[in-house]
Design a protein around this ligand. Sequence first.
Ligand SMILES: C[S@@+](CC[C@H](N)C(=O)[O-])C[C@H]1O[C@@H](n2cnc3c(N)ncnc32)[C@H](O)[C@@H]1O
Length: 246
Amino acid sequence: MSTQVINENLDDLKNADNYTGMWKDLWSARDTAWHLTHRNPTLVKYEHLLLDGRKGSRMLFPMCGKVIDMKYFWEQGYEVYGADCAAEAAQDFFKEQQLEYTCEDLDEKSRLYSVADKRLNIVQTNFLTLDNPLINNTIECVWDRGAFGTITEEEQKLYIQTMKRLLAPNFRYLLLVTEFDDKLWTGVPFSQPEEKVRQYFGDFCEIEKLDSKIPDHVGLYQKHMQTPLEVKETTYLLKPKQRGQA
Ligand SMILES: C[S@@+](CC[C@H](N)C(=O)[O-])C[C@H]1O[C@@H](n2cnc3c(N)ncnc32)[C@H](O)[C@@H]1O
């Protein structure tokens, strides 16, 4: 598939809301086996590359769940936006982090959960169709673990279109995906080989592979997959592609 196809195929847009049902069901059953109860070690290791010396930048956690790193960056003075389709993700996050929050409609498809200073926010929305002037073209840093790597190819095309709407010109972006023998496991999460990442991000990002290893929390994946599969987490640093770069 060429990047041209990714950019031009809008047919999936009409199906975008069909994709969130499974996740909402998991959240209403509080079946969040993917959740890490500590800071993500890969984000800890590479946050200097993500922040790149910037202070107070606006950060995005696409398909954020209730990731505790969001609170950490808010405490460090960054402005944080998570986005998740499930109201429970936002509600559980603020409750578990013992933070008071308010909630208002952002637009007809999105609700905004925020703490009082408005620098820690979760947008309850379908990320695949998120398009709001409050955040379009403003995201300077992205941490993606468990978003691009857990959705189907149709969803991935919409994810890329959304990201292109949201990113500020000089963004930094850490993308963590899983890789494993996909003959032994088919389903969420999907194995994402390097060619796939280059195919989807290559037309607008400079891509540097940082790391590929079996994480300490591999048991989370193996429990979900019900097999002792060697699941690697591979992390890429993405930056805007300079003009004229191949
Ligand atoms: C595997 S979990 C990862 C959560 C989080 N990033 C983490 O590392 O713990 C995937 C999350 O994406 C959310 N999600 C899936 N599809 C979505 C969509 N189209 N829009 C917004 N959130 C979505 C789910 O509700 C779920 O919380």
